[in-house]
Design a protein around this ligand. Sequence first.
Ligand SMILES: [Zn+2]
Length: 324
Amino acid sequence: MRLSAFAGNAEVKYELAEAMSRRSLPHAIIIEGDKGCGKKTLAGILASYAVCSAEGERPCGVCSSCIKAKKGIHPDIVTLDGEVSGGLSVAAIREVRTAAYIKPNEAANKVYMLFNCEKMLPAAQNAFLKVLEEPPGNVMFILTAASSSALLQTVRSRSRILTLYPPPPSEAADLLGERFPEMDRRKITEAAENAGGNIGVAAELLQSGGDEDRRLAEEIFGAVFLSAEYPLLLLTSRLASDRSFAVKVLDRLCEITADCLRAALGAKCASEKARRLSDRLSARRIETLLKNARRARSVLDINVNLSFYGTWLSGVLRSDGTGG
Ligand SMILES: [Zn+2]
């Protein structure tokens, strides 16, 4: 895929296109944004650019390097994923550090893509910092995270941070139409709307056929701001039976809340739906909910007892940040 085909995010694309035309992309780039907003897609475009052998516009998409990159088999593009156990451990990062100084196999550059860096522990980040401090000339590091705030300031300050937002739902719908040509256009438009333009989330909605997790997350969001405690407790108790469902609902809740925060702060990129939901709420209140929802989501990564989770979650989500 070429950079110009990447959805929305005009400012990011402009900056990258400029740097690409000068053949001077930064050594380290952090791509941040919600799940489904295209972080890995953009990382793939940058990686292809770095290994592409074309004289003109890169990535050309047709040279053998671009084709290998697309298939995920280019020897100079290494992917590590924090979602994989030990993927971004200290040992894994030390290996990267050593290998980064060895010259590329066949391309002019080497690329290390580190996905889901919110899972990279401080010790691993410190190990990574050593190579960032003296980066080999022909190596590019591309990190992705929901939020770059998960990374140490020392790592952030040595990287260029790019923030991705979903494109307008209409643009998302056009792209989804190309990806799912056989699907009913009305369904696609609806999914794009419900996902607030987030293409990954919309694609998931279309493929799963249902969006129970999204509906429940929206109901939870609404109930948090009602004065009665009972409806929220009733909703969160529905998470007790199935961990993967609970994870999905919490992911959706974080997405919806982040989108509402953007709306409350007046950002153009927020969806209409988020604008309606956040209508009568202060940005500060939404920010507190986002912090609480992220905390509750991270708790699901450890082996918590799900039968108590609903009750605990109800309390956490209602907390206004003034208590402990
Ligand atoms: Zn190429």
